[in-house]
Design a protein around this ligand. Structure first.
Ligand code: PLP
Length: 366
C-alpha cells in the first residue's frame, strides 16, 4: 500500500483479516468490473446462477461439498442466521458461547459476545451461557444439567478479537460429541480464522471433526461486503426462513468467486501455512517476545510492558501495519499471498525495534 505522498507500507493486518488475496489483485478487479458491466444487482426473487457457482466452488475448496450455502453481508449477520437456524432446527433457546468470544455486534451475535461494554440492555439475553474456553469439564457439566434445552454451541477455532487463543483439537471434538449426544447444533464461527487463513479452509478442520454450520465473512470478498453460512445436509434450510435483500447479489458473488479462484490458482492455502509457520518460528526465536501463537497467517504474541511502543514504532518508523488485542497482544492477519521477503522485512523491523526499545529501557533503569 502507498499513502498520498507515495510512501510504501507493508500491510501485516489486512484490514482486520479481510484482505485475503491482496489489495487490487488484477483478477479480482477484472471479475468485479466485468460483472458490473453486465448487472450489479437484482433481487433474490430471481434465480442468480452466480450463487450456485459460488456454492459449488466453496464446497470444493472447503471440502464441505454437501453443505448448503446461505449468503448475507457481514460476519455478525452470518452468526445471527446460524444461531437462528439452529433454534429453528431443534426448537430450543439456549446457546453456549465462551469467555473472550467475539461473534459480532447485532442482536444475538452480540449477546453471544463476551464483552458487556458493547451489549445494550435490549440485547441482553438470558439464554446465552458463557463457559471458559477450552474447558471440557464445564462443557460436559452444563450438558449434563441442561442438555435438552441447549440449541447450539458457537465457537471460534481461534479467538481473534479475544487475543489469538487457539481452541484445542480435543475441545472441538468434545463439542462435536456433546452436540451429537444431545442433538445440539455445533456452529463454527470462521469469520476471522476461516477462508484458508490458517492453512486449512476452516481452522476448526484441524480437529478432524465437522461442525453443523460454519459462518464466514472477512476474507470472503477481499473487502467487498459478503458473508455466509454453510449448513450441513441434516439441517433443513427451508426457503424463506432465512432471507435478505442484498445477500448473494451479483457483485458480491463475483467478488467471492474471484477470491476463491485466486486462492486455488495461486495455492494460497499452502502459502498461508508455510509463510505462517516461518513467521511463527522466527518470532519464537526473538528473545523476550512471549507466547507466540496461532496457526498459518493468524498469529499473535504478547509484548512486554517495557516494549509497549513496538506497534506504534513499526507503523511510524517502518511503515508496517499490525493489529492489536487488548491489553498487549500484537495480531498479524496479512494477506494469504504474503511472501517470505515481506515476512523478512517485518521480522527485521521487529528485531531492530526491540533492540532499540531494550537499550532505551536499560538506560532509563540505570
Ligand atoms: N465473528 C468473528 C470471529 C469476528 O472476528 C468478527 C469481527 O471481527 C465477527 C464475527 C463480526 O463480523 P462483522 O464485523 O463482519 O459483522
Amino acid at each position: 500500500m502507498w499513502d498520498d505522498k507515495g510512501v510504501k507500507y507493508l500491510d501485516m493486518y489486512g484490514g482486520h483479516a479481510v484482505i485475503s488475496i491482496g489489495h487490487t489483485h488484477p483478477h479480482y478487479v477484472e471479475r468485479i468490473t466485468e460483472q458490473l458491466n453486465k448487472v450489479g444487482f437484482y433481487s433474490n426473487s430471481v434465480h442468480i446462477p452466480l450463487q450456485e457457482e459460488l456454492a459449488e466452488k466453496l464446497g470444493n475448496l472447503s471440502g464441505k461439498k454437501d453443505y448448503q450455502l446461505f449468503l448475507c453481508n457481514s460476519g455478525a449477520e452470518a452468526n445471527e442466521n446460524a444461531l437462528k437456524l439452529a433454534s429453528f432446527h431443534n426448537k430450543r433457546k439456549k446457546v453456549i458461547a465462551f469467555k473472550k468470544s467475539f461473534h459480532g455486534r447485532t442482536s444475538l451475535a452480540v449477546a453471544a459476545t463476551d464483552n458487556p461494554a458493547i451489549v445494550a440492555p435490549v440485547n441482553q439475553n438470558p439464554n446465552i451461557i458463557f463457559l471458559p474456553f477450552n474447558d471440557e469439564n464445564s462443557l460436559e457439566a452444563i450438558f449434563r444439567a441442561q442438555g435438552d434445552q441447549i440449541s447450539s454451541v458457537i465457537v471460534e477455532g481461534i479467538q481473534g478479537v479475544g487475543g489469538i487463543n487457539v481452541a484445542t483439537e480435543s475441545f472441538l471434538r468434545t463439542i462435536r460429541s456433546l452436540c451429537n449426544d444431545y442433538d445440539a447444533v455445533f456452529i463454527a464461527d470462521g469469520v476471522q480464522d476461516g477462508y484458508a487463513r490458517t492453512g486449512k479452509f476452516f481452522s476448526h478442520d484441524y480437529s478432524g471433526v465437522n461442525a453443523d454450520i460454519y459462518s464466514m465473512a472477512k476474507g470472503m470478498g477481499n473487502g467487498f461486503p459478503i458473508g455466509g453460512i454453510i449448513i450441513a445436509p441434516h439441517i433443513e434450510a427451508r426457503p424463506l426462513i432465512l432471507g435478505t435483500t442484498f445477500g448473494g447479489n451479483h457483485l458480491a458473488c463475483a467478488a467471492a468467486l474471484a477470491v476463491l479462484e485466486v486462492i486455488e490458482k495461486e495455492d494460497l492455502m499452502s502459502n498461508a501455512l508455510s509463510i505462517g509457520n516461518y513467521l511463527t518460528e522466527e518470532l519464537k526465536n526473538i528473545h523476550g517476545l512471549e507466547q507466540v501463537r496461532g496457526k498459518g497467517l493468524m498469529i499473535g504474541f504478547d509484548v512486554p510492558e517495557s516494549w509497549k511502543e513496538l506497534r506504534k514504532n513499526l507503523l511510524w518508523k517502518h511503515h508496517i501495519f499490525t493489529g492489536e488485542a487488548k491489553p498487549h497482544v500484537i495480531r498479524l492477519l496479512p494477506s494469504l499471498a504474503l511472501q517470505k521477503k515481506d515476512a523478512d522485512i517485518f521480522l527485521e523491523a521487529v528485531r531492530e525495534e526491540i533492540n532499540e526499545l531494550s537499550t532505551l529501557h536499560n538506560l532509563a533503569n540505570k
